[in-house]
Write a protein that binds this ligand. Structure first.
Ligand SMILES: Nc1ncnc2c1ncn2[C@@H]1O[C@H](COP(=O)(O)OP(=O)(O)OP(=O)(O)O)[C@@H](O)[C@H]1O
Length: 255
């Protein structure tokens, strides 16, 4: 039997393809319990693709994604479905259903995956909304609230089932810097209060440095990872020029 370390998610020798088209190869990294793990890299390098593989949406061309002691694609279909129920996901385009209230949107996963009564679903949805600062907005429709509030409502839906792992794709995309900052604070709070592991795709350097404690850097050109670790340490210690350029937003470094 393989001896497994303590990491929450272990990515091993992962190759990602769409059909014949290679996106990334030889990915090896660990996501530890309670990490806020950032998937970073230039536009089109395959960040969302990696996230979609990590949540079990696509099967990797090669390699394994271990979650605790199970490899997502070496277990039965029903086991994988059960594993995926411990994942909370919020996509960039993870728009809420416009014809449903916020409480109904947040309650949807509870209705689908639990046997709770309608009253219990409503109460839990209300609790989740309060956790993201939206107490009192249960009966609002998505069109009636701001962009920042929409992102928070999407987080409330992602945490509805108390997931072990939260996956976010560009959670603050399209927000002004202040709202993006507030969303980062909220993600940090959720990470503390829920003790869940968070994996997120983001371009936002501010988010990368302020809330990320671990990361992987994907490169488009070589189609593989160039670095993994705490972004703040990568900034000071990583000698790869592409990683430096990305983390310093293209600033020329003086020796
Ligand atoms: N379903 C798909 N079928 C085929 N190719 C795809 C599919 N989805 C994405 N791609 C391609 O895979 C590559 C990586 O896309 P992906 O969206 O993962 O990159 P990304 O790093 O998240 O990009 P961005 O930062 O611009 O959002 C791109 O060349 C894209 O065109």
């Amino acid at each position: 039997m393989m001896t497994q370390a303590q990491a929450h998610i272990r990515v091993r020798d992962l190759t990602l393809r769409y059909g014949e088209k290679l996106i990334q190869q030889n990915l090896n990294f660990d996501v530890n319990n309670n990490d806020i793990f950032i998937i970073m890299g230039g536009s089109g390098c395959g960040k969302s693709t990696l996230l979609k593989h990590m949540i079990g949406l696509y099967q990797p061309a090669e390699g394994q994604i271990w979650v605790n002691n199970d490899s997502l694609w070496q277990v039965s279909e029903s086991k994988r479905q059960r594993m995926m129920q411990h994942f909370g996901v919020s996509y960039q385009a993870g728009a809420l259903v416009s014809s449903l209230t916020l409480a109904e949107n947040v309650g949807m996963p509870l209705e689908l995956y639990t046997k709770l009564s309608p009253k219990e679903v409503a109460e839990l949805a209300s609790l989740k909304l309060s956790m993201v600062g939206l107490a009192g907005f249960e009966a609002y429709y998505p069109a009636e609230i701001s962009g920042g509030m929409l992102k928070r409502a999407a987080l409330a839906r992602a945490i509805a089932l108390d997931p072990e792992i939260l996956f976010f794709d560009e959670p603050s995309a399209g927000l002004d810097p202040l709202s993006a900052r507030l969303l980062d604070d909220l993600i940090l709070e959720l990470s503390d209060s829920m003790k869940s592991t968070i994996v997120m795709v983001t371009h936002e350097l501010a988010s990368i440095f302020s809330i990320g404690n671990n990361s992987v850097f994907l490169d488009t050109e070589t189609q593989t990872m160039l670095a993994t670790g705490n972004p703040n340490l990568l900034l000071t210690d990583c000698e790869n020029p592409k990683v430096q350029q990305f983390l310093r937003r293209g600033e020329v470094m003086n020796a």
